[in-house]
Design a protein around this ligand. Structure first.
Ligand SMILES: Cc1cc2nc3c(=O)[nH]c(=O)nc-3n(C[C@H](O)[C@H](O)[C@H](O)COP(=O)(O)O)c2cc1C
Length: 181
């Protein structure tokens, strides 16, 4: 795929199934995440990859967190199924460093770029991926369960797998974004 085509046609894939990414494909996602703009090259983020048995553990964490967050009975019932919607879930979390020249906001921006880069790489490889957040990304209970300190942020859960449906074609945004000055 041409880089221009990627940038002009990239789409998320809301429904993915097995097989998940191969080891080589995961390595490409990792490399893409390491290639993003990064002020002072801090790499202020980490990625936790859940597949197979680990994904089952993540499912149990979701269930436990849904209870700790006192979500509705219906949400608690559904919680464990959420991460099982993909054969591979990558949790992207910040690893903020105290740097006078690089405020946390910039470091979060790099982590978000890394998430986007992985989503783009998945698309390029013919995989499907979608960036999800929600209450679980905000939860300190979730952070604790994943070993992420409460002063860091979960940037997202990237669901990766084989596309289960044709790529949704979004209409182009009819917006004049640029203001000529
Ligand atoms: C920070 C962030 C968080 C998101 N969280 C969710 C989410 O929790 N659930 C969801 O269905 N989509 C979420 N999305 C949207 C999808 O990732 C995706 O962008 C959307 O379905 C539109 O598809 P597109 O990427 O092809 O434009 C989020 C997007 C961003 C940037």
């Amino acid at each position: 795929m041409q880089a221009k085509d990627l940038l002009l046609t990239r789409s998320s894939m809301p429904r993915v199934v097995s097989p998940g990414p191969s080891a080589e494909q995961l390595r490409l996602l990792e490399q893409a995440a390491l290639r993003v703009p990064d002020h002072m090259s801090l790499t202020p983020y980490t990625c936790l990859v859940y597949q197979g048995a680990a994904l089952q553990q993540l499912s149990e964490i979701y269930t436990a967190v849904s209870k700790l967050e006192d979500l509705t009975p219906a949400e608690q019932e559904r919680a464990g199924q959420l991460p099982l919607r993909a054969p591979c879930v990558i949790v992207i979390a910040t690893q903020y460093q105290v740097k006078e020249k690089v405020p946390s906001l910039e470091q979060y921006a790099s982590a978000a770029c890394a998430t986007m880069a992985m989503q783009q790489m998945a698309f390029t490889l013919g995989l499907g991926a979608v960036w999800r957040t929600g209450v679980y990304a905000e939860s300190n209970h979730m952070k604790a369960a994943l070993g992420i300190s409460s002063d860091n942020d979960i940037v997202g859960f990237l669901y990766v797998g084989t596309p289960a449906v044709p790529t949704p074609i979004k209409p182009s945004k009819d917006i004049q974004l640029f203001t000529q000055m």
